[in-house]
Design a protein around this ligand. Sequence first.
Ligand code: BTN
Length: 318
Amino acid sequence: MLDKIIHFLKNTDGYISGEEISEALNISRAGIWKHMQELRSQGYDIVAVPHLGYKLESSPDKPFSHEIKHNLHTKILGKKIFYFDTVFSTMDEAFRLGMEGAEEGTVICAESQTKGRGRLGRSWSSPKGKGIYMSVILRPRLSPTEVSQLTLLAAVAAAEAIQKVSGLSAMIKWPNDLLIGGKKVVGILTELSAETDRVKFVAIGIGINVNTPVNQLPPHATSLKNEADKNFSRVELIREILRSLEEWYLRFQEEGPAVVMMRWKELSSTLGKHIKISDPNQTIEGKAIDIDDDGGLLIRSDSGIVVKKMSGDVVQIS
Ligand code: BTN
């Protein structure tokens, strides 16, 4: 109901009468008043004038479901959005909901995470109200080994959304870190629930340092605010990420992974660079020469052998 009321308020220039809303939504005037009070308590500035009705003066930049859904215009992503003030991790919530059968495209957003997690067992700094901490549930018809393609797809979608909303160009460090000026601004984590050869669901976790002061970030990280010297709307960026993610997901399903990989390569800061890639078993040094359609990184080691890596931590040397 709140999303419908928000829709009315945002699409009206000036005042809209309680009567008009109550007729359109088939709820009592007292019911409307209660919802207005609820919205006010969430930070919406709503003016009420006798005989004129209600007017929305301003909305909070909080990733509420009804706020994100306004003018979203997606087909699959964001039909259901769960908002939390504080969670351990939006990935935990995505798993809980995924296990309960949540539909494809379900989104989980939080204002803060107390146990935000990253790749390779790292943590993700998630100060309250500053960044985007979200997970999206997908139910692709893929085998578990193909899921890394979605991780790369998410990096492409996030880079394009950031460019559109902020004008900043973020480059992708393999597999899925987004960097601006060599500093990390976005992290993406893909986790899945699967049977031997069938994916039940995938949770794509996206963390973006949006308005985060650098002193609340780890070393070698930056935020959009720090790069552009201004604040950005988290809600607007979440909407754009959902649109871009959906567009790429549909293309991926229709045309296959090659289109995604092509765009990934254009946005890559890793290919052509001399890198060091490490996992618990080995460290390889060499030139990153290409990625495969399954998202694996091809490295020509200094001894001339080409090695393919599906995971690992990359340090770009030159
Ligand atoms: C990485 O760079 O290692 C990935 C970081 C992913 C962080 C996001 S924030 C939203 C979601 N919830 C988490 O706990 N992690 C992901």
